[in-house]
Design a protein around this ligand. Sequence first.
Ligand SMILES: Nc1ncnc2c1ncn2[C@@H]1O[C@H](COP(=O)(O)OP(=O)(O)OP(=O)(O)O)[C@@H](O)[C@H]1O
Ligand SMILES: [Mg+2]
Length: 244
Amino acid sequence: MIELCHLSKSFDGKSILDDLSLSVPTGKKITIIGPSGSGKSTLLKLILCLIKPDSGKVLVDGQDMALLNVDEIYGIRKKIGLLFQSAALFDSMTVEENVGFSLLESPTSLSSKDIQVKIDQALDLVEMSGFNAMFPSELSGGQQKRVGLARAIINNPEYLLFDEPTTGLDPVLSTNIENLIVRISDELNTTAIIVTHQISTIMRTSDLIYYLHEGSLFDPETPETIMTSSNKVINTFINGKTNG
Ligand SMILES: Nc1ncnc2c1ncn2[C@@H]1O[C@H](COP(=O)(O)OP(=O)(O)OP(=O)(O)O)[C@@H](O)[C@H]1O
Ligand SMILES: [Mg+2]
């Protein structure tokens, strides 16, 4: 379980997150929405311990990330798959080297045959079988995102974090990625945190939707309630997206 307890974070004296608390229910997919610059990516970085909070705690499976040493943080990160906004693939590596990166680069008890099986399974799950030897520059944006997703799931993570997984994709590709997120989360029983601006992703991939407002979160909505939310801020935000 991922728990954020009274997190605060400022940059250059400007408060971005202010006493924010959140428990992400195991096995659920939650979506974080909110205006550009409201602190959504900052939240994901705090969970991964890429940055430290000014105050408050991030607990992953009950462990306070601030109290762990580098090896322990690395151990926790292995449970977390991450898909960056840009797929962030390594240009000089093939698709399969990108997907298997964490297994190929760090000591593992797996044989090279087992690693190959895992790579092929992950590529199969994102419908990219047969693209093993290609380089990222030879793939479309949507294919790159799918390879990024395969890389994120290769260790069967308990948690998946997605930062804008569908931004910039056409509607067909967005639907494709949204369906993949739902299918993979369900098949692997993963807990997912999705940051998105895209209405289709909010509606298709969320169990609960949290709006980040002035550093903390409103009570969650669901895909059924969000369109007619009685919260004026959320209502204005959603109407702005659906009308424009
Ligand atoms: N390392 C940093 N140093 C200084 N300011 C930062 C840093 N990281 C983020 N910020 C600031 O914190 C605020 C929140 O940034 P963040 O990237 O979390 O926003 P976001 O909600 O993800 O926005 P977007 O929807 O545009 O991706 C912004 O004002 C940004 O300039
Ligand atoms: Mg962001």
